[in-house]
Design a protein around this ligand. Structure first.
Ligand code: ADP
Ligand code: MG
Length: 648
């Protein structure tokens, strides 16, 4: 036997550091090593195919089948991944697996040290090969280049700083990687495990993967087919596979673009909010799976879709993304934003289409995803028109609290001379139904958007207008509905009410202003109240109450802006107070009434009140009215007694 000459090499410092991290990692998802090795094998086959198509000199073993073989030997604890790809020369071995050549990889190392990066992304950073050392304590790479008269080599390392290279008698072109599995990684020496991992990560690798004589990947990249050639069941099956469920999707979009960039996409819009979006932070939401030239890259490409559309699932595959997209961080890639732009447009157009064709189906979709779409409006610049078409709101015209009205419908129903779209926000519909600010709207039959979603206040701030009609909060001071005619009906008939003289009313206004000077900025006569004595409105330049309540929830120290109180000159309470003030301006109960009316208004629109002030005040008023009753009835009793006596 001739002795084999082994040449020893040291890994570069970065690789040593990376290996140290990988070897000691407690990372639970170690199965990705197989994905990385299969993807390298697939890359190598892609390269040899390219060479055989383009190179002038002949490729070695040119009739060798292009395939990947996986096998294992349980007794010897070995797992083998073999391909008929380009193979490597000795120089390439040193260059490709021994050195970190790309800045992206160095970045990865830095991030992974600071625990900012997930090992799962290892492949994207051009160091996927080393993931083998998470599961193996020794790796042998036997390889032979496709070039003419190439010599075979064996690369061996235990990952502890050094590797060796020696000549090898490998007969055919390609690479064979043998993993000597660590004790804690023997679970991968298992039929089910191997098939499962391949199916999950490499099912759509574009070269056949064989395991025990059987091809275990599907190969059919259905997104690359023309839509007319894909059967409905195939679309559905693929969705189920992607979604790990039996459910049908809400919609499907299958596209293929040639220019300016080349990409295929087959995406599905689900019917229900995906699990991760409900239970995990946005950073860990999965999204559309990104492929580069049929090779799976990631299912969490941050920039492929905006956050609000991350519920969309499926595949994007671009031939313009380099196979080695791992060599740059995806964030730096200029193709992704272009795909994003096309995709978002198509997705929204599709949803709009369904919303117009099938109201009932869309209504359910809106119930699930409405909040996401509303959130999206803020970050969306190019597709706001389509997003607005999707919004549905509950309004004063609805019989229940379901959001069913689009802004388009609202505008169609606007009253003659109505210039603005009105809305009001509260925690729930009942609170809005009782809000005195809306009395004039009810009387004039003007529709009001009833907004009860926390995001709605922000949405209104962002929307500002629709179709040239301003969106205005119904609790703003300068609301003027005088140009809108009142429908004639009995309820609206003017009732004859005793009114205050002008001077009496002005005096009372003055009194109110003084009594509430710490609580409101002004007190004014109201033109919007019908049945209530008073209400609170916001100054025209101040932030809406709903928004202020949100601010207060986020910041305890946030102080709500004082509002303006409007009083109803025709209301009996106001009329009586006016008379009381005229007969005794110093009557202490008048201040108590003002304060209580203020608190009542606060209560009705869901603003906080202080029970420690309100309860004693109410008790004082009860005491007063009961004692008035008692003294009056005693007076009556005495009268009766005297009458009876005189009859005797
Ligand atoms: P990446 O695949 O992103 O380049 P890897 O760490 O996975 O990073 O692999 C490093 C390099 O090693 C590859 O670019 C390739 O040149 C070489 N290589 C790895 N596996 C094989 C293989 N099976 N056949 C040929 N070359 C390979
Ligand atoms: Mg790789």
């Amino acid at each position: 036997m001739t002795s084999v000459h082994r040449e020893e090499f040291e890994f570069t410092t970065e690789i040593q550091q990376l290996l140290e991290i990988l070897i000691h990692s407690l990372y639970t998802n170690k199965e990705i090593f197989l994905r990385e090795l299969v993807s390298n094998a697939s890359d190598a086959i892609d390269k040899v195919r390219f060479q055989s198509l383009t190179s002038e000199s002949e490729v070695a073993n040119k009739d060798l089948a292009l395939k990947i073989d996986i096998s294992y030997d349980k007794d010897n604890k070995q797992l083998v991944i073999k391909d008929s790809g380009v193979g490597m020369t000795k120089e390439e071995l040193v260059q490709n697996i021994g050195t970190i050549a790309h800045s992206g990889s160095k970045n990865f190392l830095k991030n992974i040290k600071e625990a900012k990066e997930d090992i799962n992304l290892i492949g994207q950073f051009g160091v996927g090969f080393y993931s083998a050392f998470m599961v193996a304590d020794k790796v042998t790479v036997r390889t032979k280049s496709y070039t003419a008269d190439a010599t075979g080599y064996a690369w061996i390392s235990d990952g502890l700083g050094k590797y060796s290279i020696s000549e090898d008698e490998k007969a055919e072109r390609g690479t064979e990687i043998t993993l000597h599995m660590r004790e804690d990684a023997e679970e991968y020496l298992d039929d089910f495990r191997i098939k499962d991992i391949v199916r999950r990560y490499s099912d759509f690798v574009s070269h056949p993967i064989y395991f025990k004589e059987e091809q275990i990947n599907k190969l059919s990249a259905i997104w690359t087919k023309s839509p007319s050639s894909v059967k409905e069941e195939e679309y559905l099956e693929y969705y189920k596979y992607l979604n790990h469920s039996e459910e049908e999707p809400f919609a499907r979009i299958h596209l293929s673009y040639d220019a300016p960039i080349h990409f295929y996409s087959l995406v599905y819009i689900p019917k229900k909010v995906p699990w991760d979006m409900k239970h995990q932070a946005p950073e860990s939401w999965k999204s559309v799976r990104l492929y580069a030239q049929r090779v799976f890259v990631t299912e969490s490409c941050k920039d492929l879709l905006p956050e609000y559309l991350k519920f969309v699932r499926g595949v994007v595959d671009s031939d313009d993304l380099p196979l080695n997209v791992s060599r740059e961080t995806l964030q730096e890639n200029r193709i992704i934003p272009k795909i994003n732009k096309n995709l978002v447009k198509k997705i929204l157009e599709k949803i709009v289409e369904i919303s117009e064709e099938d109201t009932e189906k869309y209504q359910e979709f809106w119930g699930e995803f409405g909040t996401f779409l509303k959130q999206g409006y803020r970050s969306e610049y190019n597709n706001r028109d389509n997003l607005v078409k999707l919004f549905r709101f509950n309004t004063s015209n609805c019989d229940d609290s379901k959001p069913t009205v689009s802004l388009e419908q609202y505008v169609e129903r606007m009253k003659p001379n109505q210039e603005e779209i009105y809305y009001l926000t509260a925690e729930h519909r009942e609170a809005l139904e009782n809000n005195p600010n809306l009395e004039i709207f009810r009387r004039k039959d003007v529709e009001v958007l009833y907004l009860v979603d926390t995001i709605d206040d922000f949405l209104m701030e962002d929307l500002k207008e629709y179709n040239g009609k301003k969106l205005v909060s119904a609790e703003k001071e300068d609301i003027n509905l005088s140009a809108i005619e009142e429908p004639k009906n009995e309820e609206n008939e003017e009732k004859e009410t005793p009114a205050l003289e002008e001077k009496e009313f002005d005096d009372l206004l003055g009194f109110f202003k003084n009594a509430l000077k710490d609580k409101v900025t002004d007190v004014k006569e109201s033109s919007r109240l019908v049945d209530s004595p008073c209400c609170l409105v916001s100054g025209k330049d101040s932030m809406g109450v709903g928004m202020q309540k949100l601010m207060q929830m986020m910041d305890q120290k946030f102080e709500m802006t004082k509002r303006i109180m409007e009083i109803n000159a025709k209301h009996p309470i106001i009329v009586n107070m006016g008379k009381m003030y005229k007969s005794n301006p110093r009557e202490p109960l008048l201040t108590t009434y003002c304060e209580q009316l203020f608190d009542n208004a606060q209560l009705l629109d869901g603003s906080p009140i202080n029970p420690r002030e309100m309860v004693p005040r109410l008790q004082k008023m009860i005491e007063y009215s009961t004692s008035t009753f008692v003294s009056e009835s005693i007076a009556k009793e005495t009268d009766k007694d005297t009458d009876e006596k005189s009859e005797e």
